[in-house]
Design a protein around this ligand. Structure first.
Ligand code: ZN
Length: 567
């Protein structure tokens, strides 16, 4: 039904993935995958790792095909560094599996990985992302990958040879480049893990030390017949000999682990970040290893561009500059966040706005919603809108009366988010259809309130004056005085958003002796601008502010009278 004629990038990938799945494993559920490392807060950039396969899997399910979206939690990766804002005492855990590191202070979760996973799981539920989470700690420590591990060890010479094809002549600088890219990618730090080479030979498996639980181990010997493996620990000096066929306390190095899982899960689609795109990258090397060692196939793997953030200065000081999906959904509704990821092809970068830009974004969203409802949206825009607001399983919650975000933000700003005041103002916006409960404008109101009270810089907040600026009022000329009187005289009759809009634009027309329906001229516009500046100065003591009709409603008629007349 959804054919490629009018298709968006999601439909095109779905076509490709279905064709590929039918070739590889006909009749089986189609598998799309994401990998996330809960090494710290999982940020908005990493959300693309999930949203790209989510949207493709969702399209496949919309077409009635069975499709599983796996999220592999890389929680058996080593703890690499203590993030900003965490007690330096956590440095003693570097080298342990993320699930063996205590959770950050004050957390209710049993360990580091669970703490950061939990926040992401909540956000994914809010975003309507249906997935099957797979804990790599559970998989490795239960012995699920036993056969694959023994196979990789038997094939270690071949793996070493494949890796050798990509090792550069200057491995040190290459590694540094990888590490810098991995740092930039935050969550996908596994890309910089060593590939298993050491002075004692090449081994693709790295045990966590059974004494100190760190991965600073070196395998010193391995016997293919018996699976007897000896290792020493560079952290505590422990050395041990174990039978790998019975041992569940270590993992394959990343460049082998990833292709092993492609084969194990039968992954057909898995995107990766730009840090995985270079010639010796995990994705490229993995493509060789999955074929030559695990007898599997590399997934279709588009490379996605990074997602930037604008206007997060305030939060960055307290949270290490890493906004999470939950941070975004404090100021925007889930469908809007989905839309940002759905409307851009994975290789297009985009920015998530935490500053004033969010108001323009919401205007664009509302305008698209109106066009979609009227059936006049261009096909690709209509599809992106549809992907944003529902999945094959659910419709995402919407605000029953989606008033403009910029208006709600102004109301929240002026009232500092005080609910009774906000309801009074919103009730008066449209007398024909008064808002009786704030629930009618939720959750959008809550998001706009969080934005106005949490993101809007203090110097841009609006504070209505406590008492009239008598000095300014005394200095006004007769014309200015008359314009204020005209406004005050019209307040009662025009006390609604629409009415006040007519009034504030109408007073200058009256002053110029023009009819109310006159086309705006340059002269009229100049007089209007001067009039608006006067109102702002008298109401908020500045030359700009929220849109005047909203400001007047928010200020209340009695207070407007006092501030504009002096008594
Ligand atoms: Zn040790």
């Amino acid at each position: 039904m959804t054919s490629s004629v009018e298709s968006d990038w999601v439909s095109r990938f779905a076509d490709e993935v279905i064709a590929e799945a039918d070739r590889r494993a006909p009749g089986k559920p189609i598998v799309c995958a994401s990998g996330l490392s809960p090494s710290g807060p999982i940020h908005l950039g990493n959300l693309r790792e999930v949203m790209t396969p989510h949207l493709v899997a969702d399209e496949i399910r919309r077409r009635g095909r069975e499709c599983v979206h796996i999220i592999s939690w890389d929680d058996y990766d080593r703890y690499r560094k203590v993030p900003a804002g965490i007690d330096e005492a956590w440095a003693e855990h570097i080298g342990k599996p993320l699930t063996a590191v205590p959770a950050p202070p004050g957390s209710a979760f049993p360990n580091w990985a669970e703490h950061y996973k939990a926040a992401m799981i909540d956000s994914l539920a809010e975003l309507g992302v249906v997935f099957r989470g797979i804990s790599q700690t559970s998989m490795y420590t239960s012995g699920a990958y036993r056969d694959q591990i023994l196979l990789a060890m038997r094939q270690r010479a071949k793996i070493d040879e494949i890796l050798g094809r990509y090792r550069t002549k200057a491995p040190v600088s290459k590694r540094e480049t990888d590490e810098a890219a991995a740092e930039a990618a935050e969550g996908s730090g596994a890309a910089s893990e060593d590939d298993g080479g050491s002075a004692t030979g090449y081994y693709p498996y790295k045990p966590y030390c059974t004494a100190c639980n760190k991965d600073l181990t070196t395998v010193t010997a391995y016997d293919d017949e018996t699976t007897e493996m000896s290792f020493t620990c560079g952290a505590c000096g422990h050395s041990e000999t174990v039978l790998l066929k019975d041992f569940n306390h270590g993992k394959l190095v990343w460049k082998v682990d990833w292709p092993m899982r492609w084969s194990y899960e039968g992954v057909v689609f898995e995107p990766s970040g730009v840090d995985h795109s270079s010639p010796g990258s995990s994705f490229v090397v993995g493509g060789q290893i999955v074929k030559e060692v695990f007898d599997g196939e590399q997934p279709i793997g588009p490379m996605y561009a990074f997602v930037g953030i604008v206007g997060m200065a305030k939060m960055s000081s307290s949270k290490g500059g890493v906004p999470t999906p939950a941070d975004a959904m404090r100021i925007m509704e889930a469908p809007l966040l989905r839309w940002l990821y759905a409307r851009r092809r994975p290789n297009q970068s985009f920015k998530v706005a935490f500053d004033q830009e969010i108001q323009r974004l919401y205007d664009e969203w509302d305008s698209l919603a109106a066009k979609a409802a009227a059936g006049t949206a261009p096909p690709a825009d209509a599809i992106a809108y549809d992907r944003a607001r529902r999945t094959a399983e659910i419709e995402l919650p919407v605000t029953p009366r989606p008033l403009p975000y910029r208006m709600l933000a102004s109301v929240a700003d002026i009232t500092t988010g005080e609910p009774t005041q906000m309801l009074r103002i919103l009730h008066e916006i449209d007398p024909a259809r008064p808002i009786e409960s704030l629930d009618e404008v939720r959750p959008r109101l809550d998001k706009a309130t969080a934005w106005a009270t949490g993101q809007l810089p203090v110097d841009q907040r609006t504070r209505v004056l406590d008492k009239p600026d008598l000095e300014l009022l005394d200095s006004l000329g007769a014309d200015q005085r008359r314009s204020l009187d005209l406004l005050l005289a019209g307040l009662g009759e025009h006390w609604s958003l629409e009415g006040l809009t007519t009034l504030v634009y109408g007073v200058p027309k009256q002053m110029l002796g023009l009819p109310m329906d006159v086309k705006p001229t340059a002269e009229l516009k100049a007089v209007q601008r001067t009039f608006f500046v006067l109102l702002y100065r008298l109401l908020v003591g500045k030359e700009t502010g929220p849109r005047l009709p909203t400001l007047l409603l928010a200020t209340g008629a009695d207070r407007v009278r006092v501030l504009l007349s002096g008594s």
